[in-house]
Design a protein around this ligand. Structure first.
Ligand SMILES: [Zn+2]
Length: 333
C-alpha cells in the first residue's frame, strides 16, 4: 500500500508476516534533485515485493536517493544494503551505527549474544533457539553497510522539507527522530507509536534504556507537531497526548514489577512470566520463544530502571541475577 501524505512525501506500508508488528512504514521524500528514504523494511522478499514496485511507480532513481535508518532494528534497515547505489548515502544514529560496526547487537551480522540472557534466567534451550531465530539475525542487511553517523542537529533538505536530527535514545541507544519545524512534521521511528507501545529492552547492566526513553519522550513533547509519522501503524495527530499515555504506561508497568517482586525474589525471566502481556496465549509456557525473549528484555529494562532509583536491589544467586524489593514498604512510583 502506498499513499501520498503531503506533496512529495509518501508512505509505503510493507508487510511483516508472522510478526506481531504486522507492518512497517517506509517514508519516501522526493525532489527534483535528490530523494530520501526513511526506514526500509526487513531483508525478506515480502518487503521487497511491495517496496520495489512502489519506488518504481514513484520514478525513484536510487543513484540519487539517500537512506536514513531511524535505528538498527532489522525492520528499519534490513534493505539498506540492497537499495544502496553508487552516489547514494546511508545514515544511522551514532551509537546504533557503532553497535552494528562492533557486531554487538543481534541486528549486526555476527553476534556474540546471550550471556546476559543466561544470567537473567533465560533457559539454555530457549536461549539457543531465540539466538538463531531472532528477526535481526534472520532479516538484517545482507552485507555490512558503511553508515554515516548521525548526530543531534544534522540537517537534510529535500524539496520543501527540511529535516533535523533529534537524538532519542531508549528504544535503541542510537535511535533518532527527524523533525521538520516549518511543516510541523515528526518522523518518530519507533520512539512514539500510536496503536502499540514501543518495546524497551535492556540486555546489559551498563545502561538504563527505560530511563533514557522517558527522558527522550520529555525531550520531544513540546515540539510543535501537527503530524507525527511513526515506524508502524497509523499516523499520530496528538503527539503530546500519546507521549503522556506512554509515560503513564511505563509508570504502571514499573509498579507491576514492584508488586511482583514483593511476592519474593525473582530473576528477570520469571518476573517477565508474571507480568501481563498483550499476547494471545494460554500461559507463559505457550508464549512463542521469541516473544519470551522480547518480554524478558522488557522486564530487564524495568528492573534496571527500578534498581537505578533504589526501589529494588539485586544479588547473584548461583550465577543468576536475582532482584528483590523490600517486603514491607509497598512503595510505588
Ligand atoms: Zn524498533
Amino acid at each position: 500500500m502506498m499513499e501520498e501524505i503531503l506533496p512529495g512525501l509518501f508512505r509505503i506500508v510493507l508487510p511483516l508476516p508472522g510478526n506481531p508488528l504486522k507492518e512497517i512504514n517506509s517514508y519516501v521524500l522526493t525532489s527534483e534533485d535528490r530523494n530520501l528514504i526513511i526506514d526500509t523494511g526487513m531483508n525478506r522478499p515480502e518487503c521487497q515485493e511491495v517496496l520495489n514496485p512502489a519506488l518504481s511507480a514513484l520514478g525513484i532513481d536510487l543513484g540519487r536517493t539517500d537512506i536514513i535508518a531511524t535505528h538498527y532494528h532489522a525492520d528499519h534497515q534490513g534493505l539498506v544494503f540492497t537499495l544502496l547505489r553508487n552516489g547514494s548515502k546511508a545514515y544511522m544514529g551514532t551509537s546504533d551505527a557503532l553497535a552494528m560496526e562492533a557486531g554487538s547487537t543481534t541486528h549486526a551480522r555476527k553476534v556474540p549474544m546471550g550471556d546476559y540472557a543466561a544470567i537473567s534466567g533465560f533457559p539454555e534451550a530457549e536461549l539457543r533457539w531465540a539466538q538463531e531465530n531472532h528477526p535481526g539475525f534472520k532479516y538484517g542487511p545482507q552485507a555490512v553497510v558503511n553508515y554515516i553517523h548521525l548526530k543531534e542537529g544534522d540537517g537534510f533538505t529535500i524539496g520543501e522539507y527540511r529535516l533535523q536530527v533529534i537524538e532519542t535514545p531508549g528504544h535503541t541507544g542510537g535511535h533518532v527522530c527527524l523533525y521538520d519545524a516549518r511543516n510541523k512534521i515528526l518522523f518518530s521511528g519507533d520512539h512514539v507509536l500510536g496503536d502499540i507501545t514501543p518495546n524497551i529492552q535492556a540486555w546489559t547492566d551498563d545502561d538504563d534504556p527505560l530511563g533514557k526513553y522517558i527522558q527522550s519522550l520529555d525531550k520531544i513533547r513540546n515540539l510543535e507537531v501537527s503530524l507525527c509519522l511513526p515506524g508502524h501503524r497509523s499516523v499520530i495527530r496528538d503527539l503530546e497526548k500519546r507521549i503522556e499515555e506512554l509515560i503513564e504506561h511505563h509508570r504502571v508497568r514499573a509498579n507491576e514489577v514492584l508488586a511482583i517482586l514483593e511476592r519474593g525474589p525473582r530473576n528477570a525471566y520469571r518476573t517477565a512470566s508474571e507480568m501481563t502481556w498483550d499476547i494471545v496465549a494460554k500461559s507463559w509456557e505457550d508464549f512463542p520463544v521469541m516473544q519470551k525473549w522480547f518480554a524478558t528484555g522488557e522486564a530487564i529494562a524495568h528492573l534496571r530502571f527500578l534498581e537505578d532509583r533504589n526501589f529494588i536491589s539485586r544479588e547473584l544467586i548461583n550465577g543468576i541475577i536475582t532482584y528483590s524489593a523490600p517486603s514491607s514498604s509497598s512503595q510505588r512510583l
